[in-house]
Design a protein around this ligand. Structure first.
Ligand code: ADP
Ligand code: MG
Length: 473
């Protein structure tokens, strides 16, 4: 190295300053940091991908001229972008269009990667870079997300997040529940409301599965930095069904970095999961520990009054009325899952329109049998007790015995925990069925198991084994 890169860059700047506007110079050239000059390659650090693309699109001719003049005829330019402020990735290097200078004549088109369009499929082509399709479903609003005891915390937290994205303690906001209980609906509602209140914010909804597919493709095409940069530009990132990342180490790793970047920059992250975060198998601990920084709120199976409200709302929306006894019948019999409730309602409403007849309890019963019974019947406390006992090789009677035998106590506590998680039974009823204990004992058992899941890896594996048996049933 004969000449100092700083010196050379300063010489370049003195010319640039004379040519570009004061504002242009301040915006686009002052933030550049010269890093090195090796083998005629001058490396400049620029703050972001966007910055790099802007320079290449607007100032490439000027840059070529000054490089030629101050670095020499063989002079080349490279950019570095610090990808992550913690610098975990180090930095990425991007070529300049004048990399091959001076062989190519000035004014040649930029290399293909610059003109090949945005790497993310959600970017609307031809529009400004930050205008992306948020992928939000307009039908999933807060307005039609019926509030009830079962969802109050999650719904309220969601509304707060939409009001002040990135500024509340709910970052990330993790929403978890079993299937069909409103995770997807709620996170779209958060996205829509954020956009309504803050039209300037970039909101993106993405399913974890999509994220993973995009990442694999980006990696194949050597576009990992672009992929990361794209996600780091989002103000409110909503990832649905994070459990899909289980076992996908590559995507988890990249998401970890995106997550850190967004959080450090006070951007909002919303995540949904079909399991409590610490129950997610195959997920890196460092990622799970990040989830704990914010708020984890669950959506529970809807209580009777929420189910009734949802039914009424559906009927109202469609301008249909059912006899009150039918409404009550449906509300009392479709308990576990709102998606099922909607399925039953759609089917009944269709029948009533088709037959032009009032819907009866008989009709409702038939449809409920077809839609629901098969999936509901097994998740009873009794069923869970049987599975747990089978696993521990004890009988349900032994499990109910008043003993301090470790294995029996553990089986009972696991059965209580799983019953709370998977059945519709109250703590009192769970206690009754698991050895005639009171609800405080069940509560204590659930806490003990939750703690153990957090601290004891071996236990976690065993527990997952049992849980799988219930899930597969
Ligand atoms: P998940 O993502 O948890 O599987 P979804 O968000 O897909 O569940 O919800 C299933 C269906 O139930 C959707 O059609 C949704 O609109 C509806 N739903 C869920 N919760 C509510 C609610 N509180 N009020 C009204 N509809 C709801
Ligand atoms: Mg969903």
């Amino acid at each position: 190295m004969t000449k100092d890169h700083v010196e050379i860059w300063n010489s370049c700047l003195s010319v640039i300053k004379d040519i570009v506007t004061v504002q242009g110079y301040k915006t686009w050239f002052e933030p550049i940091v010269p890093l090195s000059l090796t083998d005629n390659v001058l490396t400049l650090q620029v703050p972001s991908q966007f910055f790099y693309e802007y320079l290449e699109a607007h100032y490439i001719d000027l840059l070529k001229t000054v490089i030629k003049r101050f670095v020499g005829a063989k002079g080349k330019l490279e950019y570095r972008i610090p990808v992550d402020s913690t610098n975990t990735f180090g930095s990425i290097t991007l070529p300049s269009a004048n990399r091959n200078f001076p062989k190519n004549p000035i004014g040649q088109p930029a290399p293909e990667r610059l003109s090949s369009g945005p790497i993310n499929p959600f970017v609307i082509p031809g529009l400004k870079k930050l205008q992306i399709d948020s992928q939000l479903n307009e039908n999933y609003t807060f307005e039609n997300f019926i509030e009830g005891e079962c969802n109050r915390l999650a719904r309220t937290a969601g509304m707060r997040v939409a009001k002040e994205p990135g500024k509340t303690a709910f970052n990330p906001l993790v929403i978890y529940s079993g299937t069909g209980l409103g995770k997807t609906h709620l996170c779209h509602a958060i996205g829509l409301e954020t956009k309504r209140l803050h039209p300037e914010k970039t909101v993106l909804y993405v399913q974890a599965e999509q994220l993973s597919t995009q990442y694999v493709t980006a990696n194949k095409n050597n576009n990992r930095p672009d992929f990361i940069n794209f996600y780091q530009m989002i103000d409110v990132l909503i990832i649905d069904d994070i459990q899909f990342l289980a076992g996908k180490a590559g995507t988890q790793d990249v998401f970890f970095h995106i997550f850190n970047h967004l959080q450090q920059n006070n951007k909002q992250i919303v995540i949904t999961s079909d399991k409590f975060p610490s129950d997610l198998q195959g997920m890196e601990d460092r990622l799970l520990s990040r989830f704990k920084w914010g708020l984890t709120a669950d959506l529970q199976s809807p209580d009777l009054s929420t189910r009734t409200s949802i039914i009424r709302e559906k009927l109202h929306d469609n301008g249909i009325t059912f006899p009150e006894e039918v409404v009550q019948y449906i509300a009392s019999n479709v308990r576990n899952n709102i998606r099922e409730l909607e399925g039953v309602m759609n089917s009944l409403m269709a029948q009533s329109l088709l037959n032009k007849k009032a819907v009866t309890i008989d009709m409702a019963q038939q449809i409920i049998d077809r839609f629901v019974r098969n999936t509901v019947k097994e998740v009873s406390v009794e069923y869970i007790i049987n599975i747990v006992c089978e696993y521990f090789k004890i009988t349900p009677e032994q499990m109910s015995l008043n003993t301090r035998k470790r294995q029996v106590v553990q089986a009972r506590q696991i059965a209580m925990y799983l019953s709370k998680k998977y059945s519709n039974a109250s703590l009192v009823s769970i206690g009754q069925q698991c050895g005639k204990k009171d609800h405080a004992t069940v509560h204590h058992a659930c806490k003990t198991i939750a703690n153990q899941l957090e601290t004891d890896k071996q236990f976690k594996v065993m527990f997952a084994d049992i849980e799988k048996k219930i899930a597969l049933s």
